[in-house]
Design a protein around this ligand. Structure first.
Ligand SMILES: [Zn+2]
Length: 300
């Protein structure tokens, strides 16, 4: 089953647009192959407002957020996860408003094993003022938000449900324009799939991802993402059966037509699949360390 991606022709940067009675969005001007048109910062409530993912450390974006909220007060900064396009502006907003940050924890906080890993793209400096866990409810003036822990893209990834509107802010866990990059070690395919299954048990009416447009009728969309990953796994099995046993060699056959500059990101996702298959005893690594250059084979 093909994923029916949702696109957005264009966006106006730095301007608050009303999405629902309780939610507005301001898009930061950081477009890229990984951020689509840019980071969408959501504003929840009126008068006393929660800012969700203040975004990259771009002064113009912070200026735009504060201008959009002139006469209002930021009471909370909610952080979906610690990537550089999501959390760094929180420090700038805090310096100018004193608004506290709420998140699952610092980068890597949701990982089971210990050991610091330095990752390109991670905001390693971020520490939330208040730690939020699954099921926690944050109350504001005329709004309330439930935190939903959805590790996978990032181990500390949270989605936030605006309860009054049954709208789930999905961060980078589920996006309309693209699949999520799952890059080990902090990215975890098994956790990601479990976090997709978790969304199927919920009754959210609509998703608002950080990048790209709203997703209405979201559950069939989530199912198509799960099926897409099952198809990727079947492709990996097929590669191994044909003797294509290194990840770098799998990528060009699995991702026909993908521009070469995205091959490394794709390889990281294949690696995440392979590790998930090793966890389940489906695949064995033939070399000492699993990695992009290691050889793998089916464990049967
Ligand atoms: Zn992002």
């Amino acid at each position: 089953m093909a994923i029916r991606f949702r696109h957005e022709q264009s966006v106006e940067y730095g301007v608050a647009r009303t999405i629902s009675p309780l939610i507005r969005r301001v898009v930061a001007k950081n477009p890229s192959p990984f951020t689509y048109h840019g980071t969408g910062t959501y504003l929840i409530g009126r008068g006393e407002v929660a800012v969700v993912d203040p975004g990259p450390a771009i002064g113009e974006h912070v200026d735009a957020l504060l201008a959009a909220l002139a006469g209002e007060r930021i009471t909370h900064q909610l952080i979906t996860h610690t990537h550089l396009d999501h959390s760094p502006a929180a420090r700038l907003v805090a310096e100018r408003t004193g608004a506290p940050t709420l998140g699952f924890g610092p980068h890597g906080a949701g990982r089971h094993e210990r050991g610091a890993t330095v990752e390109a793209g991670a905001d390693l400096a971020f520490v939330p003022d208040v730690r939020v866990g699954p099921g926690d409810v944050i109350e504001g003036a005329g709004w309330s938000v439930e935190a939903v822990h959805t590790p996978g893209h990032c181990s500390n990834h949270l989605c936030f449900q605006v309860r009054e509107e049954r709208i789930l802010l999905t961060g980078d866990h589920v996006m309309g324009w693209s699949t999520s990059v799952i890059s080990p070690p902090d990215g975890d395919m098994g956790a990601y799939l479990a976090s997709l299954e978790l969304l199927l048990t919920r009754d959210d009416r609509m998703y608002l991802p950080t990048h790209g447009p709203a997703i209405e009728d979201p559950r069939p969309f989530v199912r198509s993402f799960i099926e897409h990953r099952q198809e990727r796994e079947a492709q990996i099995v097929d590669c191994m059966e044909r003797g294509v046993d290194r990840i770098r060699e799998m990528v060009p056959t699995m991702y026909a037509g993908l521009p070469a500059f995205l091959h490394l990101a794709a390889a990281r996702s294949v690696f995440a699949h392979v590790l998930h298959m090793m966890d389940r005893g489906v695949v064995r690594c033939e070399d000492e360390q699993p990695g992009l250059e290691a050889r793998y084979r089916l464990a049967r």
